[in-house]
Design a protein around this ligand. Structure first.
Ligand code: CUA
Length: 325
């Protein structure tokens, strides 16, 4: 083997081993290459589309790469001189028809599956209209605000009734930026666009599901995580009834989900240290700050109700005077 060829073969071998071993690590770390199980009908549809596309592309990949390797070995130069030319072949109608028609058929099948499976995602099934629940999902820098039909609010934790259609109205305030609401187990990602409402729905068994912001929205984008707690109907009803009264539990959620994204007690973080800050007990002062923002701080509470601000102060006043909070 000439030196160049030997070097190339060696480099290919090393690259392959490195690629395969990192792939194995990735596989183990993320629980596999396939998307996780779908917990909602929309997730199942996207999963089906993924599998169909993966089967066709997988077969094509193996076919093309297999043929490539087989041809490289079968028609290698061997003892022929480097200058020898191979046989000159011009045209094969049969082959050309096959490699034109086959891809067209494959694309038609993939297209049909996608167009049949995916349109149901924005429109909730009609039969379920009677028991449907609607939640406003509002992306803010840097937290998710959930508003329920009775006016109750939660932060970074969406509570929803199990096995029922839950309509999601996803948006962001006109003064905010674009975020993206993504619950991998429920399927696709939905942009939360200032002043525009994007609609989707889910129907999931009881359980806790992870949610993420999937649109780079500023310095704390990565901290914009949330959970979806799907619980029995009675538990959901009692949660929103209690929450509609505001209270310290809401205040704690606001502190952790909104303030703590940028502030800490006892140290400077993205924003100033809040330990002992008298503003934390000052209902009027804190309202002005939340509604208008200040310097780098966005107006995180511009669309909050009075109840929400009361709830926050009821929780934060404990940190207003020195000590360990
Ligand atoms: Cu919100 Cu990224």
């Amino acid at each position: 083997m000439p030196l160049g060829v030997r070097r190339f073969a060696f480099a290919t071998l090393v690259t392959t081993v490195v690629a395969l071993s990192t792939a194995i690590v990735a596989d183990a770390g993320n629980g596999g290459f396939l998307p996780g199980g779908a917990a909602s009908p929309n997730g199942e549809k996207i999963h089906t589309a993924f599998i169909v596309v993966a089967i066709f592309t997988g077969v094509i990949l193996l076919g093309v790469e297999g043929a490539l390797v087989a041809f490289v070995i079968k028609y290698r130069r061997g003892k022929r001189p480097r200058t020898a030319e191979g046989p000159q072949i011009h045209g094969s109608s049969k082959l050309e028809v096959i490699w034109t028609v086959l891809p067209v058929v494959i694309l038609a099948i993939i297209g049909a599956v996608v167009f049949i499976e995916l349109p149901g995602i924005t429109n909730a099934p009609k039969a379920a209209a009677a028991d449907e629940t609607q939640v406003d999902i509002v992306g803010h820098q840097y937290y998710w605000l959930f508003r329920y039909p009775n006016g109750a609010v939660s932060i970074d934790r969406l509570v929803a009734p199990a096995d029922e259609v839950v309509n999601e109205h996803i948006t962001s305030p006109t003064w905010d930026v674009i975020h993206s609401w993504w619950v991998p187990d429920f399927g696709g990602k939905y942009d939360a666009i200032p002043g525009k409402v994007n609609k989707t729905w889910f129907k999931a068994p009881a359980g806790t599901y992870e949610a993420r912001c999937y649109e780079l929205c500023g310095i704390q984008h990565a901290a914009m995580k949330a959970t979806v707690d799907v619980v029995p109907r009675a538990q959901y009803d009692s949660f929103i009834a209690t929450r509609a009264q505001g209270g310290i539990a809401l205040g704690q959620e606001e502190w952790q989900g909104v303030c703590e994204k940028c502030h800490r007690l006892g140290s400077k973080y993205i924003g100033p240290d809040l330990q002992g800050n008298p503003l934390l007990a000052d209902r009027k002062g804190i309202e002005t700050l939340l509604r208008n923002g200040q310097g780098q701080m966005p107006s995180v509470g511009r669309d909050w109700t009075d109840l929400q601000i009361d709830a926050l102060v009821s929780y934060t006043k404990q940190f207003a005077k020195g000590g360990n909070g």
